[in-house]
Design a protein around this ligand. Structure first.
Ligand code: N2P
Length: 375
């Protein structure tokens, strides 16, 4: 990342937080009813720090059962089937919108969420496009999809590589240079297809088959140079030096850097938001309509909206959050890192993911599957 010393400081802070959490766990154990109370959440791996969950358990006596998913498609399929036993789910705003339309998300009880006042009105307004009047969820973390790279391995293979451009992935002459040190792309069809269409100068939310064909043709040239599409392996593979380039999420770049530092293996990781523009995502805390512990779900969501709590998540994971009151607790080196909190110029090049009709979704998924499987 740009502020390396900053990451080191954050990393030290993370270790201190772990020590503090250990003391709190002792306090929780003394609460007689601790084990009777439970909240079942599902989210990405590396999205809720263990120490934050421990503090929640210590403060409320509600224990957290955390089940993680590797792709939004996996979450959506489960949620559409229903009876998941989850109390809190973390879809993107776009997936949340589709889940709402089929009644899979409950309306939140706003009175049980007094910390809502801490949220950023601009982000709430944005999210109201996906969730009218912000009734079904509250923003958690957000971020961008961009170029994660190992500067040393890239420089060995190409002088002045265009690291702030999607040419790194979509120009076969460029990406082929990095095939030997390992290139990965997140398995996230709606996000990557929108970015690819936008790179080609096409409408990222097109419904025209010819546009999807053009994107597929470009991606087919890229495919031979991609080592894998395993979203969940990207952080560790980068941190070990087993990948030199990944099209992935901004915060995961910070995590890969921190993990390499922890391993002391000399691997460095950097991130840039592509100048052609890319997707900005907003993740969403919400409650399934059939959640078994809706009270606990509200308590959990409310806890995550405490300014110091959500700031500690941003400080650890390098993803910005949707909580305005937390900004004063966010480490200055993160708040001022334009790759984490993009300035207005970069921000204007970012586009949020928007709903598509069924026919376009089918075209998109078909192009993606052909790309991913090299057919
Ligand atoms: C997982 C981060 C996922 C964010 N480490 C994607 N919206």
């Amino acid at each position: 990342m740009s502020a390396k010393t900053g990451i080191r400081a954050l990393y030290r802070r993370a270790l201190n937080t772990t020590a503090a959490a250990c003391l709190l766990i002792g306090a929780a154990a003394s609460q007689a009813n601790a084990e009777k109370q439970q909240v079942n959440i599902t989210a990405w791996a590396e999205y809720f720090p263990r120490e934050v969950l421990d503090s929640f358990e210590a403060e409320t006596g509600i224990s957290v059962v955390y089940d993680y998913f590797d792709s939004l498609e996996q979450l959506e399929t489960k949620m559409l089937a229903g009876a998941t036993n989850y109390d809190v789910v973390l879809p993107s705003a776009l997936v949340a919108n589709r889940l709402m339309q089929v009644g899979a998300l409950a309306e939140l009880d706003q009175e049980k969420l007094p910390n809502r006042g801490n949220l950023d009105p601009k982000i709430m307004e944005f999210l109201s496009r996906h969730d009218e009047d912000n009734r079904h969820g509250v923003p958690y973390l957000w971020g961008t999809t961009g170029v994660i790279y190992n500067p040393a391995l890239i420089a060995e293979r190409m002088e002045n590589a265009p690291v702030d451009s999607l040419d790194m992935f979509f120009d076969p002459d460029v990406v082929s240079k990095f095939a030997d040190c390992g290139v990965a792309i997140i398995d996230s069809p709606e996000e990557i297809m929108a970015i690819a269409l936008n790179y080609l100068g096409l409408d990222p939310f097109t419904s025209d088959k010819a546009d999807f064909d053009k994107a597929y043709e470009m991606l087919a040239e890229v495919w031979p140079h991609v080592r894998h599409f395993k979203t969940a392996s990207i952080i560790n593979d980068l941190a070990r030096g087993d990948l030199c380039l990944a099209l992935g999420w901004s915060g995961d770049a910070g995590l890969a850097y921190a993990r390499a530092l922890e391993a002391g293996n000399g691997v460095e990781i950097a991130y840039s938001i592509p100048q052609e523009g890319t997707e900005v995502f907003f993740d969403f805390m919400s409650v399934p309509d059939d959640a078994p512990h809706p009270e606990n779900a509200h308590a959990f969501i409310n806890y995550m909206m405490k300014p110091d709590v959500i700031a500690s998540v941003t400080n650890l994971y390098y993803y910005p959050n949707g909580n305005q009151a937390s900004l004063e607790f966010v480490a200055p080196e993160i708040r001022s890192d334009p790759n984490v909190y993009p300035g207005p110029e970069l921000m204007s090049k970012l586009f949020p993911n928007l709903p598509r009709d069924q026919k376009s979704l089918r075209l998109l998924n078909r192009a993606w599957t052909r790309f991913k499987t090299g057919r």
